[in-house]
Design a protein around this ligand. Structure first.
Ligand SMILES: NC(=O)c1ccc[n+]([C@@H]2O[C@H](COP(=O)([O-])OP(=O)(O)OC[C@H]3O[C@@H](n4cnc5c(N)ncnc54)[C@H](OP(=O)(O)O)[C@@H]3O)[C@@H](O)[C@H]2O)c1
Length: 223
């Protein structure tokens, strides 16, 4: 870990959930943490806005991208493909637009850490949008680890984690979902944002780690 008073970390999606937990951890270190999302004026689905945003920021050291937890669920025959494309615009194309703009501003020792999810590599009916978005992002991240070298590029892939992503759910249904996951997962618990945040710190701190996908999913992929 090589943080000093001039270190600048940007957490896109850091106003809530997993991104918020990463930003909280980085805030305990030296340097500055900048949080961006729609509520602070950055819509990552708008590539021109992304370009303007990073040009105005100047040099940065670490980029964490956690934006875009929503995607339509359902069978291919039922999902409106316009909704599926909109989810891609935020999470997949948004990740790439941000990486493209941020990488130009990155100082030596810089890192980019994306976020996918366990459905990238698990076959579950009714989740094709998440599977497609997350697996595409994991594939591209590995290419970027080579193209953008010496910037290190990694991915954190969470399992079910209790965050604002589920705030629209009825409270009892949400609790039941979390308890069911805890009962079924090898780790015997559902994820907390702080659990998943540790993966980003590992990716940022370990100088020998690039092109990696870090699974923090309670064992969902081995279940
Ligand atoms: N929680 C889980 O169970 C789980 C499981 C697997 C994978 N993940 C992944 O982990 C990541 C973080 O999820 P989370 O659970 O922390 O969700 P979250 O609390 O909903 O955080 C997502 C953040 O994305 C921001 N955002 C959404 N659209 C945006 C846009 N167009 N431009 C800029 N920012 C945007 C939101 O802020 P604004 O509304 O201010 O824009 C929000 O703060 C997501 O990629 C999600 O798919 C989560």
């Amino acid at each position: 870990m090589n943080f000093h008073q001039n270190t600048i970390s940007v957490v896109v999606g850091g106003n809530t959930g997993i991104g918020r937990a990463v930003a909280d951890e980085l805030s305990k270190r030296e340097g500055r943490v900048i949080i961006a999302s729609r509520r602070s004026g950055l819509d990552v689905a708008d590539p021109e806005a992304v370009e303007r945003y990073f040009s105005s920021l100047g040099p940065i050291d670490h980029l964490v991208f956690t934006a875009g937890s929503q995607a339509p669920g359902g069978k291919l025959v039922d999902v409106d493909l316009a909704d599926a494309k909109a989810a891609f615009d935020t999470k997949f194309w948004g990740s790439l637009a941000v990486a493209k703009a941020a990488s130009r501003q990155m100082r030596d020792g810089g890192t980019i850490t994306f976020t996918t999810g366990f459905l990238a590599r698990r076959t579950v009916p009714n989740t094709f949008v998440k599977t497609a978005m997350n697996s595409a992002l994991e594939a591209v991240a590995k290419i970027l680890a080579r193209e953008l070298s010496p910037i290190r590029v990694n991915v954190v892939s969470p399992g079910l984690t209790d965050t604002e992503a589920y705030e629209a759910m009825d409270g009892a249904a949400r609790q039941a979902m979390l308890e069911r996951a805890a009962a079924n997962l090898p780790a015997g618990r559902y994820g907390r944002a702080e659990d998943v945040a540790r993966g980003y710190l590992l990716a940022i701190d370990n100088p020998f780690m690039t092109g990696a996908v870090i699974d923090i999913d309670g064992g969902a992929l081995v279940n």
